[in-house]
Design a protein around this ligand. Structure first.
Ligand code: AMP
Ligand code: ZN
Length: 214
């Protein structure tokens, strides 16, 4: 089953995607992770998207769709996957429809994480990431054992460039204008499941499984 995770930046999509991926034993497909990987490796694509990403803008549909075509064509996602951060525009959603029709696979459900804007600003402002392994912490809600140090590998945690306040504001604006309409897009087909993004991660997971019957 293909699950699409929808929600504003900081709504906890990444955390839920990882939990769902292991609970349902299907791969976690994150376009953000794919782009960060290109950036870190300094590929041609990485250089092309670096400035857009750092500012919190959206990479073009053309580039993003190309990456997803590639990824969803691989055998490990034949039984399904968790789509985290894609689609993010109506153009991407229409592209995904065409791609899945070609592959003969339906969209399972669209999980929509509902969170107030103040809560988002607080969550993102306190977020710290490990530049080495990608682990994500929160200074209050999910602190590492030693302040500023990754539990897994001892690297110094950083505030991601796109988590800086001015860039967060841009990401929010992009979300409201380009991504939020997807809820109505999928809602019209009765595919959306609304979840409380402020609940504890394991409770959100349990609620999701209960409502999916999975
Ligand atoms: P994320 O980790 O999902 O928040 O993504 C980090 C950044 O990668 C975003 O702020 C965008 O710059 C870019 N990105 C990720 N997914 C997409 C997408 N579906 N469309 C356009 N840009 C994306
Ligand atoms: Zn680490």
């Amino acid at each position: 089953m293909i699950l699409i995770l929808l929600g504003p930046p900081g709504a906890g999509k990444g955390t839920q995607a990882k939990l769902l991926s292991s609970a349902l034993a299907v791969p976690h497909v994150s376009t953000g992770d794919m782009f960060r990987d290109h950036k870190a490796r300094g590929t041609e694509l990485g250089l092309q998207i670096q400035a857009i990403m750092d500012r919190g803008g959206l990479v073009t549909d053309e580039i993003t769709n190309g990456l997803v075509d590639d990824r969803l064509g691989r055998p490990d996602v034949a039984a399904g996957c968790i789509l985290d951060g894609y689609p993010r525009t109506v153009g991407q959603a229409e592209h995904l429809d065409r791609l899945l029709a070609r592959l003969g696979r339906p969209i399972g459900r669209v999980l929509s994480y509902e969170v107030s804007e103040e809560a988002l600003v607080e969550r993102i402002g306190g977020r710290r990431s490990c530049p080495t392994c990608g682990a994500v912490y929160h200074v209050v809600q999910n602190p590492p054992r030693r302040i500023g140090i990754c539990d897994r590998d001892g690297a110094s945690l950083v505030l991601r460039e796109d988590d800086r306040p001015e860039n967060v504001r841009r990401r929010m604006a992009e979300y409201v204008i380009k991504t939020a309409p997807l809820k109505a897009f999928y809602g019209a087909r009765g595919q959306v499941l609304e979840l409380d993004g402020l609940d504890a991660p394991d409770r959100i997971l349990a609620e999701t499984r209960r409502r999916l019957g999975a």
